[in-house]
Design a protein around this ligand. Structure first.
Ligand code: GDL
Length: 493
């Protein structure tokens, strides 16, 4: 969908989103335990295109702005690792075509009253003490300021902690070098524009990178002490992809940083595991954390179309709504409108229960959807003995239930091939293919068990190449370091 610049916003929203309430000024409660830390800022909420891999298209970004508005959030951060001028070529300004593309986004965001933030990641080869590098950064900022950008992020994620020899001489530490560089950028922004916003992504952006000792991290303490208090700091939680974000953990990082963190939410990211997509609701976070953060910005799936429920439920969470219940239930029928089946007159949509099944199958990083998980549990029980009593009512019921799941997945797979929206189709196709293959294989096995094969006969494994899509170089390397059920490495297993 191309949005005309002077088109009124309400009419440019996708059907179903236009009437949604937009609450971008959601106020977080002051948290006294942080003592003395600025708390009155409105929560910065939204989406960061901040993953590795193929970036979204300009059209998808415009659509994402609508999703952000529709889910009551207020910010889009442009930061694809795939934009070479964000990271490897950070010193180079955008050419005319690239600048025009960004300008479109600036205007589209402005028309929707959204904050539009641009990331620059000078971290790979910057020499922090080199005046010409600071000049290069200012030139980049100036170009973006001229395009109307007022919100910026400086990213120092995923880099080695080594500095140029000149920096080792010039600064007490790696953190001090980054603090100097970032503070200087902020001073420059303040001299050019009123109320600029700058976020800093530290190299230690999660507890794991601070050796699981946040208060003891010299790096984070230096950032907390030295970084201009008006600059926000990104934090992903205890891990890069955090199962939970606890109030206690957020108080701890808040104390060290001397400000509340802005959460860079990787819960729905999938760039680190190409076999998965996270299409379910946000989870593992309780509303009590809202008073302990200055922002919640989600970095979701590479597949744009898989992100409707993630974005919607993240927005709902930021407004204090129960995500896995109310927000998910509200999002599904709206998302369903994108699942138009081609060649149907009048238009037919993928049935709601199939949209729900899609979400159940590709739910969250740490669990499947509840219904699918219950069925997997049934299958685990059925296969927990070498010679199960396949004539028992429980076993037969389980067999029927798993067969039913297979049939639903096959049906979903077939219907998805008819989607008019091919991006949506391809967003799930590889994952759905695997799901169908595996569950079909499982049912074939259960059928074979149920047939009561004669003692000593083997399941005809040659009918299917053994685990065919889990082969290749990566798996061969991974198999060198097997892990036991508790996750510990046992190379001799
Ligand atoms: C990261 C990267 C991010 C990536 C994510 C998930 C941060 C701050 N940086 O390490 O670009 O998408 O993990 O793989 O999260």
């Amino acid at each position: 969908m191309t949005i005309m610049r002077d088109e009124p916003i309400a009419s440019s929203l996708p059907p179903g989103l236009a009437g949604w309430s937009m609450d971008t000024t959601f106020d977080t409660t002051d948290d006294r335990e942080l003592g003395g830390i600025v708390t009155s800022k409105p929560l910065l909420t939204g989406v960061i295109e901040g993953f590795y891999g193929r970036a979204w298209t300009p059209r998808q970004r415009l659509e994402m702005l609508d999703w952000i508005v529709g889910s009551g959030m207020n910010t889009f951060v442009y930061g694809p690792k795939d934009d070479i001028k964000i990271r490897a070529r950070w010193r180079e300004i955008y050419n005319a075509a690239e600048a025009a593309e960004l300008q479109d986004l600036v205007e589209a965001a402005r028309a929707r009253k959204l904050n539009f933030m641009v990331a620059i990641a000078p971290c790979l080869d910057v020499v922090y003490s080199d005046a010409s590098d600071l000049k290069a950064l200012k030139r980049r900022l100036d170009q973006l300021l001229a395009l109307g950008v007022k919100h910026f992020a400086l990213l120092f994620d995923d880099i080695p902690r080594t500095m140029a020899a000149a920096d080792d001489r010039a600064f007490d530490s790696f953190a001090a070098a980054q603090v100097y560089f970032t503070n200087s950028a902020f001073e420059h922004l303040k001299s050019q524009v009123e109320q600029p916003v700058l976020l800093f992504c530290p190299t230690e952006y999660c507890g794991a990178f601070a050796g699981h000792d946040v208060p003891g991290s010299a790096y984070l303490n230096t950032v907390g002490e030295g970084l201009n208090p008006e600059i926000g700091v990104f934090w992903t939680g205890p891990d890069i992809v955090s199962k939970t974000l606890s109030a206690e953990g957020l108080r701890e990082i808040g104390r060290v940083l001397r400000r509340k963190p802005v959460i860079w939410e990787n819960f729905h990211a999938n760039d680190y595991d190409i076999r998965r997509v996270m299409a379910g609701p946000l989870g593992g976070r309780k509303a009590e954390i809202l008073g302990l953060i200055d922002g919640l910005i989600t970095n979701p799936n590479n597949e744009f179309e898989a992100n409707f429920v993630p974005v919607h439920t993240t927005g709902a969470f930021a407004r204090g709504v129960d995500v896995e219940g109310d927000a998910l239930a509200a999002a599904l029928p709206i998302w369903q409108k994108r699942f138009r089946l081609a060649f149907t007159q009048p238009t037919k949509l993928l049935p709601l229960e199939d949209v729900r099944l899609l979400v159940e199958l590709f739910y969250q990083p740490f669990r499947q959807g509840p219904e699918v998980e219950a069925l997997l549990q049934t299958a685990r029980r059925m296969l927990s003995e070498a010679h199960p009593d396949v004539t028992s009512a429980t076993w037969r019921e389980g067999h029927a239930a798993i067969t039913g799941l297979r049939d639903r997945i096959r049906n979903l797979f077939d219907l998805m091939t008819e989607l008019e929206n091919r991006d949506l189709f391809y967003a799930f196709h590889p994952y759905l293919w695997e799901a169908r293959e595996e569950v079909t294989h499982l049912v074939t096995y259960l059928d074979w068990l149920a047939e009561g094969h004669p003692e000593g006969t083997e399941f005809p494994d040659r009918d299917r190449i053994y685990n065919f899509y889990r082969r290749g170089f990566t798996v061969a390397v991974q198999e060198l370091l097997p892990r036991d059920p508790s996750g510990r490495y046992r190379h001799h297993l």
